[in-house]
Design a protein. Structure first.
Length: 351
């Protein structure tokens, strides 16, 4: 895929005087991924809902809009892109659209950190088409690389824990993938503390070390009941907690303050999750947080993201965006640093 990537033998004056080291890109601060030397943008981009909606894959953002979002994301320094092979009805379409973007932007490969996830069945229905056996892992990675039109995946997640396959077998497959430079870093998702401990105990070398755990977290709901304690564990063990659904699928935005105005096009409405924004106790909190944010010149979603980014152990956040304006607003949150008084004020509403 790198056929038209810049030739390192050709002088490129545009790249003269690149700084020796830097901690940001296009104005976006970066943070370390776990205890590795690898860095990712404070605010990334979730791409779950990118696909081909016209095919009935249950995505919400078609390729034309998605390609524009990806262009703008790089301009804003939102370079940590999160996908999964199964997103949108196990179609692989999120990876396909991202693959089209990479094919048309070969010069941007190193500017983007691409994370994807494997576990579930994708291209077949036998018991060997899913889970984390050696064969299932290798075949899933080969297929993702093809869809993504890439030579390597920056960060590969196991989408969930596999209670059947020996952990040593799964980790040995990761070691091989890293040695072959098909995968650069390894992470897990939807893991409990006990499952993380099992993996850490079985770690073979730095190549199969978990650098991140991606679990659900937002400031209203915190961690899910099943995954309590993972954020604290991550903070104590040099693992980045990558929060998914950090805006509670849009609930932590002003658009749900008046349920009468919620309708088609709003994600929670479209997904039938009406109980969330019709809950009065939740709405009271949203109203108070919105007022607080407005007093600081922020939107509710920016307050939510900025607050999360300062929690111990919290890695990057990966909100989805359906519009460029959402992406721009979320990106701005990556540069906001709340002071102690501000964080106390937020906490007093959340408690
Ligand atoms: N590992 C896993 O199992 C797992 C599970 C779920 C998600 N994820 C990852 O996490 C990413 C993010 O999660 P998510 O999409 O579930 O939820 P989210 O990021 O909390 O919410 C995204 C939704 O919020 C709305 N939104 C975003 N920015 C906004 C802004 N600035 N102003 C107003 N509204 C805004 C949009 O809603 P509208 O569409 O209504 O405009 C968008 O669809 C996914 O894309 C995926 O990469 C991983």
């Amino acid at each position: 895929m790198n056929g038209s990537a810049p030739n390192p033998l050709t002088p490129n004056p545009a790249l003269y005087r690149v700084p020796f080291t830097t901690d940001d890109f296009n104005g976006m601060p970066y943070r370390q991924l776990g205890s590795s030397g690898f860095k990712v943008s404070n605010v990334g981009l979730g791409t779950w809902k990118i696909g081909y909606p016209e095919t009935g894959d249950d995505s919400r953002i078609g390729r034309v809009e998605a390609l524009k979002l990806l262009d703008r994301a790089v301009e804003l320094g939102v370079t940590f892109w999160d996908t999964a092979n199964r997103y949108n009805e196990a179609s692989g379409n999120s990876e396909r659209v991202i693959g089209e973007w990479f094919r048309t932007h070969p010069d941007q490969r190193r500017n983007v950190v691409l994370a994807t996830k494997i576990f579930g069945g994708m291209d077949g229905r036998t018991p060997n088409h899913s889970r984390l056996s050696r064969g299932a892992i290798l075949d899933a990675v080969y297929a993702s690389l093809k869809r993504l039109q890439l030579d390597y995946i920056d960060l590969l997640y196991f989408h969930r824990f596999d209670p059947i396959t020996p952990v040593e077998e799964s980790l040995a497959a990761i070691e091989d993938l890293v040695q072959r430079d098909l995968v650069r870093y390894f992470a897990v998702s939807n893991f409990t503390v006990d499952q993380l401990k099992i993996y850490r105990a079985a770690e073979i070398s730095v190549r199969s070390r978990i650098v991140a755990v991606q679990n659900k977290y937002d400031i209203l709901n915190g961690e899910s009941a099943e995954h309590q304690g993972v954020l604290a564990y991550a903070a104590a063990h040099g693992i980045s907690f990558v929060a998914y659904s950090p805006l509670a699928m849009g609930l932590l935005t002003e658009r749900y303050l008046d349920p009468a105005k919620v309708g088609p096009g709003d994600r929670l409405y479209d997904q039938g999750m009406h109980d969330q924004y019709r809950n009065e106790a939740v709405r009271t909190k949203l109203e108070k947080l919105t007022q607080l944010a407005a007093g600081w010149g922020l939107s509710l979603s920016q307050l939510a993201l900025a607050y999360m980014l300062d929690l111990p152990g919290m890695g990057p956040v990966i909100p989805s965006a359906t519009k460029i304006s959402q992406l721009e607003s979320n990106a701005a949150a990556g540069r906001i640093k709340l002071d102690t008084a501000q964080k106390t004020a937020v906490l007093s509403i959340l408690q």
